[in-house]
Design a binder for this molecule. Structure first.
Ligand code: ZN
Length: 163
């Protein structure tokens, strides 16, 4: 009996944490707002969307995959933004809960873990998702990187998502 009580006490905080995290899942608008706070800038330079694919417009889950090219190099970064709506009648807006991911180092180092903990991380968690950020965003604020900012901006411009 005592063992079971101890087990319950061990599990309780984990369950509570999981519930809190689910409730705190942030919207795309919140992540966009957080970018300025985390990176201390609202500028994201000359970044060009090269290719975009959109999946699931007629479902409850919209997936926007955009390749963003940096101005200074020819390297492209793959970004993913996923939005969730509750009903097929709801419009796709930036006020929906989201998951995001970018392949760039800034995302890995400063956004992965915060987003993973807030359930705003898209895809299978890698080692970056599991270790806390150092230097920047040590507080763990879920956020975009500049490539995700640019891909969200373009999706709004092209009416894929409403602002
Ligand atoms: Zn990025």
């Amino acid at each position: 009996m005592q063992f079971i009580e101890e087990l319950k006490n061990l599990i309780r905080p984990l369950v509570e944490e999981a519930l809190i995290e689910e409730a705190n899942k942030q919207t795309l608008r919140q992540l966009i707002d957080n970018f300025k706070q985390v990176f201390n800038t609202s500028v994201y330079g000359s970044l060009n969307p090269r290719q975009r694919k959109v999946y699931g417009e007629d479902t409850l889950e919209l997936k926007i995959v955009t390749e963003i090219k940096s101005g200074s190099s020819n390297k492209g970064w793959n970004t993913v933004i996923v939005l969730h709506r509750k009903s097929l009648e709801d419009p796709w807006t930036i006020d929906l809960p989201c998951e995001v991911k970018c392949a760039c180092p800034a995302y890995r180092f400063y956004a992965s873990n915060a987003n993973y903990r807030a359930k705003n991380f898209y895809g299978k968690p890698d080692k970056w998702a599991r270790q806390r950020a150092e230097k920047k965003n040590t507080a763990g604020v879920p956020t975009m990187c500049k490539h995700l900012m640019r891909s969200a901006e373009q999706a709004v411009k092209d009416d894929v998502v409403e602002m």
